[in-house]
Design a protein around this ligand. Structure first.
Ligand code: CUA
Length: 321
């Protein structure tokens, strides 16, 4: 029993649990879940009790009248009332979830790619800020996500913060989330989209509002130049090997838009959309053999490069903070 409970509740906490809410939407959804779970448990106990009563305590024949009441009451009236009440409660919650906030301070556009996340912050005052594979949000403020996709359908979901929404090519869907506490949570793709489906996640970092504002200013800035070796050599190699055809590093001539923007890639918490830790070794592995980490990824392998070049490229990317 204890083991069963531990297994059951083991999924209730953590950075990707809808039952450990850190957002207004997730709180409502969790409340609905617990209401339904409580009712299901109550009905289960009543049914087991009735079965024990009828088979052990009072076996044998029962009056027709009592049987009829049991079937009409327990089989028709009770489920009709309970299910109607739960449906009404659920539909009421749905309305609340879809209600746009009166004062959205921040809009964030997310594009589902194969298999990563293109992120554009759209602050009211100023130019969009482009990032990838990590979403940062101010705590306590409503944020409007505008989601779409390239090529295939994905689904955008940060379970700790709220509900999920489909990302459909050619369509712009809207999701409102209001984080209620700071922390790093895990977002994920929740619709099967192809080979990389299970390999595209992202960190959702909820920060105090003033820290977020400062971070957005940094994120908007061009990439810092480095004179330290081997990162400086890496910057040259990055351009010489044509990385800039797919990736943008603002402040350099790399302005490709096929792959993730790398201007501040070193400040993110993961490499490869949630797959590898943010360190030089992981960068080396990703550049040399990305297919080994994420089968189906569009990034070509650079394992033919000499070791020193891979080291320099890894040092350069890690320095882009
Ligand atoms: Cu993207 Cu599943």
């Amino acid at each position: 029993m204890v083991v069963c409970l531990a297994l059951l509740t083991g999924a209730c906490a953590g950075p990707q649990s809808a039952l450990d809410p850190a957002g207004e939407g997730a709180e409502r959804i969790a409340r609905l879940f617990w209401w339904m779970a409580a009712w299901a448990a109550l009905i289960w106990v009543a049914l087991v009790g009735l079965t024990v009563y009828l088979t052990r305590l009072r076996p044998g024949e029962h009056e027709d009248q009592a049987a009829r009441w049991l079937i009409i009451g327990g089989g028709v009236v009770f489920p009709t009332v309970v299910l109607t009440a739960l449906l009404g409660y659920g539909l009421g919650l749905l309305d609340d979830l879809l209600e746009p906030p009166t004062t959205p301070r921040l809009r964030v556009e997310i594009v589902g790619e194969e298999w990563w996340w293109r992120v554009r912050y759209l602050p009211e005052d100023g130019e969009p800020v482009v990032a990838a594979n990590e979403v940062r949000l101010p705590v306590g403020e409503p944020v409007t996500f505008e989601v779409t996709a390239h090529g295939v359908i994905h689904s955008f979901w940060i379970p700790s913060l709220g509900g999920k929404i489909d990302m459909i090519p050619g369509r712009r869907n809207v999701l409102h989330l209001t984080p209620t506490r700071t922390g790093t949570f895990r977002g994920t793709c929740s619709e099967y989209c192809g080979m990389g489906h299970a390999l595209m996640s992202f960190a959702a970092v909820v920060m105090p509002a003033d820290e977020f504002d400062a971070w957005l200013v940094d994120e908007r800035a061009e990439a810092a130049e480095t004179s330290a070796e081997p990162a400086r050599l890496g910057a040259e190699l990055f351009l010489a090997n044509g990385c800039g055809a797919c990736h943008t590093v603002r402040g350099t001539s790399a302005n490709g838009e096929i792959g993730p923007d790398l201007t501040h890639v070193g400040s993110r918490s993961t490499i490869g959309a949630g797959l590898l830790p943010m360190d030089r070794e992981a960068f080396r592995r990703w550049i040399a053999r990305p297919q080994e980490v994420k089968p189906g990824v569009l990034m070509p392998a650079y394992e033919a490069l000499p070791d020193e070049d891979l080291d320099a490229l890894a040092a350069y990317l890690a320095s882009l903070r």
